[in-house]
Design a protein around this ligand. Sequence first.
Ligand code: AMP
Length: 387
Amino acid sequence: MPKLSIRDLDLNGKTVFMRVDFNVPLAPGGQEITSDKRIRAALPTIQYALEHGCGLILASHLGRPKGKRNPEMSLAPCAVKLAELLGKPVTMASDCIGAGIPKPAPGEVVLLENLRYHNEEEGNDPEFSKQLASLCDVYVNDAFGTAHRAHASTVGMISFVPQAAAGLLMDKELQWLGKATQNPDRPCIAILGGAKVSDKIEVIQNLAKVVDKLLIGGAMAYTFLKARGEATGKSLVEDDKLELAASLMASLGDKLMLPTDHVVAEEFKADAPNEVVTTIPDGKMALDIGPATIAAYEAAVASAKTIIWNGPMGVFEMKPFDKGTMALANAVANAGAVSVVGGGDSEKAIKVAGVSNKITHVSTGGGASLEYLSGIELPGVAALTEK
Ligand code: AMP
């Protein structure tokens, strides 16, 4: 069922509680934000809310303070950064519950202190949820990155508010992930890579029902190749997942594409002497897909109308083993298809390739987007009010 969006709400004169994802990386000491990407991502929803006449309370977690106040995980630097980006003051509250929380007048912004200073946040405690809800008239969730967690600020407090809506960022995530997995233009292909099959079993099983082709790269490919009886040398293989890989291969049939050639080296090291092979020799490990595989994957991508991509094709952090991942980043960007990319590594590859602006949607939530692709209903989405 479609969920209420912030655009459906009358915000005028109301106090809005907005769950945002300000879980930003901080330099040691906790004073300096090293990337403000997450704060910028929330700006459209924050600005929309303020333009529609509400007083705004923002709440987030930051790091893992494990239920204790920890000045190194304070959201205070985020208040400073947000004020700078908005060009207006942001009042930093000293806590997230209690009598001392200032009530923002229309057009004003209050940022609550780290929700995870209280264990009750992750414990989804009803009393804590009620206290959070008592701060507001209306609830908005724009933190897609934590929508797979049933915490007080993402699920619990919604029982105590009259209306709970998705923010603009959350809306966009649901729109594109939903389109790609439920109603894709065809052919629809998924490219999955990364270290382990075990991390992506549910994604493979769920996407198998949706996609026309599933392209596998990265170390996870070698568990499949070994299960098929091929030599994998010293490549990363999950020996306890061979049976599972065999059954996935059987159920996927010719939807599945696996690498047919490989860039191998003796050592796991940047610039290690390497060669392209079709059979991985003993004593060598595959660190990237080879040129024939790149060409086959590029052709599949070029013919697609919808592309879902999560995970690198090789050890893309080390040159020259980044070639497969970079080639796929360019192919996805130039396919002229609806492209939905998730996971920090694929996002990084797209940025390095300089093609971010050619991707339809880059998901802001690594874990949440993987769970979504697995077909799991995200608790933070399920809890929102239906339209
Ligand atoms: P994941 O977090 O599961 O998406 O995995 C990403 C990691 O997988 C990256 O750090 C890659 O370097 C690594 N990876 C990809 N391909 C290989 C490979 N062939 N051998 C070893 N590690 C790999």
